[in-house]
Write a protein that binds this ligand. Sequence first.
Ligand code: FMN
Length: 337
Amino acid sequence: MTDKLENKFLDKPFRISVAPMMDWTTRDYRVFARLFNPHVWLYSEMVTTGAIIHGDKARHLDFNTSEQPLVLQLGGSNPKDLALCSKIAQDWGYSEVNLNVGCPSDRVQNNKIGACLMAEPELVAECIAAMQHAVDIPVTVKHRIGIDDQQTYEDMLNFVDTVAQTGCNHFIVHARIALLKGLSPKENREIPPLRYNDVYHLKQDRPHLFVEINGGIQTLQQTQEQLQQVDGVMMGRAAYHDPYMLAQCMTLWQQTPPDRFDIMQQFMPYIERRLSEGAPLSIITRHILGLFQHLPGARKWRQALSGNNAKTLADVEQALTEMQERLYAATHCFVAD
Ligand SMILES: Cc1cc2nc3c(=O)[nH]c(=O)nc-3n(C[C@H](O)[C@H](O)[C@H](O)COP(=O)(O)O)c2cc1C
C-alpha cells in the first residue's frame, strides 16, 4: 500500500462490507466471516416484511452478538410495513436497516420488491422516510445503476436525489443495470457490464453522500483502488468463495491479518454448539470450503468437507490437520493440488 493510500484511510471514514446474499450469508457464514475481520459490516440475507410480520420472527432475525456490526436487509415496498419491520429490527439489536432495491428476481418483482422499485423513486422515498421516522439507527439503500428503460446516469441520479431528500445519505450501488425482463438473477449479476464510472460520478456530483460501490470487486488491491474514488466497498461472491480476503483487508486498518488455522480453532466450538443444537454438519461446512482458496491443497480441503463427506467434528479436525501438513510440505517441496 502506498503512503498516499495509508494517509487517505487514516484521514477519511470508509466502510468495507459483505453483501447480503440469500442462502449464503446465513448466521453460520456470518459468524465465520466475522473471525476474519472485526471491522467489516455484515448483512443478513434479504428478509421480506411479510416474513417478519407474519412469520417466525426469531428464525428470521436472531443473530449472534459476534456478528455485529450487522445490518438487516429488508425487502418490501409498503411504507407502513417497512416502518414496523425497521422498528422490530432496531429492537432486535441490529445496527442498521437496508432496503433492497437491487434484486431482479421475478418472484420479488411480482411483490414489488427489489430492483423494480428503481422505476418508482417517489415510492422508495416514501418507504425510506417512514423507516427513518420509526427508528434511530441508520437506514440505507442498496440499488442498481439502472433497470430496463432507465439506464442512464441521469436516471440513477434522479433516483438517488429523490431518495436523498428524505435525509438518507448512504447509498450502496451495484454498478450494473438489472434487466428485469429476459435475464435470470444470476445472469443479472454477470451479463450487464460493470459501469464503475457511474458510481464515481455519483460521488463526485453528490460529495455529501456516503457512496459504497458493489459488483465484481475481488481483491485487496481492487478494494484499495475503489476507496480512492468512493467511501465504501461491498463485496459479495469474493467474500464468500475466498473469505480470507476479508482478513487481508485488515491492512486497511493497519492491522495484521489473522492466521487461517487460528480462525478455525475459534470456529470449532461454534460448530460443536451448532451440532449439539441438531444442525447438520454440512450446512456449516459448506460455508468454509473457500478457506484455503488459492493455496496448495485447497481442492483436497474442499473435497474433504463437501456434501456429507465430513460426518463429525473429528472429520473436520482431520481435514484441518491434513491441510496443515500439506501446506507445511508445500513450503519445503512441490506438492500437487
Ligand atoms: C447467491 C446470491 C444471493 C444474493 N442475494 C441478495 C440479497 O438477498 N439481497 C441483495 O441486495 N443482493 C443479493 N445478491 C447480490 C449481492 O448482494 C451483490 O450485489 C452481487 O453479488 C454483486 O456483488 P459481487 O460481484 O461482489 O458478488 C445476491 C448475490 C448472490 C450471489
